[in-house]
Design a binder for this molecule. Structure first.
Ligand SMILES: *Cc1c(COP(=O)(O)O)cnc(C)c1O
Length: 235
């Protein structure tokens, strides 16, 4: 796989098309390039062609990439997103590294983040990851607990809940993700939250048509992660 400007252009075109078809402005949706397992040199290439938002799912991997050359020098120019499950004992590192944490799934985690953000004088922007399908989902907060968590967040000075995130079960047909995206949008509206992190390589167009403001796209930008692993990176 090669990272090509043409591919990114095509993704932006599809994003804009889906937004406009839904009566939305293309600039209401941002593209987060999911760079987990992607070597830093390839993240650099994506930066060079204009991408500025990157998503990582493991703290240790993210820390190494963000703090070492060649990416360290760009740090102010990149917005890093934590999209994977976050363990409480990694909250401090996450606060130090990320602009936006998408995966808040408990009050305890939110409190830890608030504490560590306070220590460094930061207001940490976060999203709450909601589990909409009890049957399949491994991560996320039960939607019944959402109200309590949001109320709690209003008492914490160093975290700001900006929206919701979800990962629907995997379907071959992206249309099957639609009910999950619709439900997340309804929940966000109900609680007056504006950001919706939903949609991945296979279903970002459907997600945008249902109100997504951030799509998390890995494979469609960087290629197959399994292939990357076996060849030691993109060629
Ligand atoms: C890996 C990952 C993505 C990107 O998935 P692709 O199908 O490669 O686009 C998006 N969101 C989360 C939470 C992920 O872990």
């Amino acid at each position: 796989m090669t990272l090509m400007l043409g591919d990114i252009k095509l993704i932006y075109q599809k994003m804009a098309h889906s937004a406009m078809a839904a009566g939305r402005e293309p600039n209401e949706v941002s593209l987060i390039a999911v760079s987990k397992m992607v070597p830093s040199k390839d993240i650099m290439k994506a930066f060079d062609i204009g991408l500025r938002n990157f998503g990582e799912s493991k703290i240790q991997e993210a820390k190494e990439k963000i703090s070492q050359e060649p990416l360290a020098v760009l740090n102010d120019g990149i917005k890093w997103h934590m999209i994977g499950h976050l363990q409480k004992n990694k909250a401090k590192t996450a606060v130090a590294l990320f602009d936006l944490i998408h995966s808040i799934d408990s009050i305890e985690l939110l409190e830890k983040i608030n504490k560590h953000a306070g220590e460094i004088g930061k207001v940490q922007r976060v999203l709450i990851e909601v589990k909409l399908s009890n049957e399949f989902a491994k991560t996320g907060l039960d939607k019944e607990l959402l109200k309590e968590l949001i109320e709690k967040s209003r008492t914490l000075e160093n975290v700001r809940v900006e929206g919701l995130m979800t990962i629907p079960p995997y379907f071959d047909n992206p249309e099957e993700s639609r009910p999950y995206f619709k439900e997340l949008k309804q929940l966000a509206d109900k609680f007056g939250l504006h950001e919706l992190s939903m949609g991945m390589s296979g279903d970002y167009e459907v997600a945008i048509s249902e109100g997504s403001t951030m799509v998390r796209v890995g494979t469609a930008i960087f290629g197959d992660r399994c292939a990357m692993k076996s060849t030691g990176g993109m060629k």
